[in-house]
Design a protein around this ligand. Structure first.
Ligand code: UD1
Length: 417
């Protein structure tokens, strides 16, 4: 088991370079198998989620070549084997192999996906989409078999603009016969990134980034070179950290537009941000005003930044409020923040944060990826040495977190116990 030890109270200065987006990379890697030629993806973050997907590729007989931040995926001799729980459980995004294998072979068998326990997280919308394309879905002992003699384009309306369902349906539809329209589609930048990869491979997708995506099926997908966009959630996490304890902390290699929902809220709090074309410089400029935040689908405030932001809200003078509308179980970091000296009250899907609070170090548990990120920020501003266990969750999504934090002056160590 890994443990993160954080000695709080340092002022962080320097530059943190943001890595490729986890939520793009985890879809781009399965998407690449739709091609029978070499697909090169660069700026792939070295995190355990991308490693787990590469393990699945190798298991399926896909050839991969990794060199620093790029990966070349060659799938012309792959085998369509059942993806067992050993592989699928390691991460949520293993479910993108459903759409990709269905699109390529007309059949996929895989066990339930894993991922953070932040809510029920059903995949009914993915399955409904596959069925609309003509597939049948059979579930036997937590194992899904999805197959179709021929996938045919269809009009699909998503009851909720799910990121996963939108991407999975795109993956299945790119090689289907005829035209598919996904309405009420998710609009996240990661969806545009995946559609761009597929189009570079020869797919015909229009409208990605809007709520209506049109996919005209093609019979063949070829080689391409593609870049993962910067991780807006990693960027947002470090911008929040800078507002908590930075002094001219530069968050570099980002697309500031992708985190506008966060930056406008920070500015409302009184955080001064120097926003450039591909960077943000941020300092601790308290006192901060309390704010109200409601998580929403893109371009609304991202649920993934709600947990890190909660920590900063403990430093505002007055009563802030966070309403979580996407997941039912995304306040698991709060008991730990309260243990560290915060005053946060949860009622239904809302958290009321009463600040400012002086945080004290404690032994805490990263219950999920973003809860872990929140506790790291809390540890960095707390007095004393905080120990975070279940660090594996954090390493699923934050590339070189210890090195990045240390390089800007944080005292952080990772130890195996
Ligand atoms: C993705 C992100 C995750 C982020 C989330 C919301 C990846 C790998 N993960 O997760 O970091 O927190 O978007 O921005 O990209 N839902 C259903 N049925 C479905 C699918 C979803 O009811 O078939 C519900 C979910 O339970 C949840 C909501 O829709 O309440 C949003 O889920 P979705 O957008 O699908 O999130 P993920 O793709 O799992």
């Amino acid at each position: 088991m890994k443990i993160l030890e954080i000695t709080g109270g340092q002022t962080l200065s320097g530059t943190i370079r943001i890595s490729g987006a986890k939520n793009s990379a985890v879809a781009l890697i399965p998407a690449a198998i739709l091609s029978d030629e070499d697909v090169t993806i660069c700026n792939v973050p070295a995190i355990t989620d991308t490693e787990a997907l590469c393990d699945i590729l190798v298991y399926l007989g896909v050839k991969i070549k990794r060199a620093s931040e790029s990966i070349v995926i060659t799938s012309n001799q792959m085998e369509n084997k059942k993806i067992t729980a050993t592989y699928s459980k390691k991460l949520r995004a293993s479910y993108y192999f459903m759409g990709a294998l269905l699109g390529k072979f007309g059949k996929v068998t895989m066990s339930l996906p894993g991922g953070c326990s932040i809510g029920a997280r059903p995949i009914n919308l993915h399955l409904k989409g596959f069925e609309a394309l003509g597939a049948t879905v059979t579930i036997n002992k937590n194992c899904y078999t999805i197959e179709a003699e021929e996938l045919k384009g269809a009009n699909i309306y998503l009851d909720f603009p799910s990121v996963g369902a939108t991407i999975n349906i795109m993956l299945a539809a790119v090689r289907a016969k005829g035209k598919t329209v996904i309405d009420n589609a998710a609009k996240e930048p990661e969806i545009v990134n995946v559609a761009t990869l597929l189009n570079s491979m020869g797919a015909k997708i229009r409208g990605a980034g809007t709520s209506s995506i049109e996919i005209t099926g093609v019979s063949y997908l070829g080689k391409c070179f593609h870049e993962v966009i910067p991780d807006r959630i990693e960027a947002g996490t470090y911008v929040i950290l800078g507002a908590a304890c930075g002094e001219n902390l530069k968050i570099d290699n980002i697309i500031p537009d992708h985190i506008e929902a966060l930056t406008s809220k920070l500015e409302e709090m009184g955080v001064y941000l120097d926003i450039g074309a591909d960077y943000i410089i941020v300092s601790h400029t308290a006192p901060y005003h309390p704010i109200h935040v409601k998580t929403q689908t893109y371009p609304g405030f991202p649920t993934d930044l709600q947990q890190p932001l909660t920590v900063l809200l403990t430093q505002c003078s007055g009563q802030s409020k966070i309403e979580e509308t996407i997941y039912e179980n995304r306040f698991m970091h709060i008991p730990y923040l309260n243990q560290m000296g915060a005053d946060i009250r949860i009622k239904n899907q809302s958290a009321t944060i009463i600040g400012p609070s002086k945080l004290q170090a404690a032994d805490v548990v990263a219950t999920d990826l973003r809860a872990g990120a929140a506790l790291v920020i809390a540890g960095l501003i707390a007095e004393g040495k905080t120990k975070v266990t279940n660090v594996e969750h954090i390493l699923r999504g934050y590339e070189n977190i210890v090195e990045k934090l240390t390089s800007v002056g944080a005292k952080v160590e990772i130890r195996e116990i």
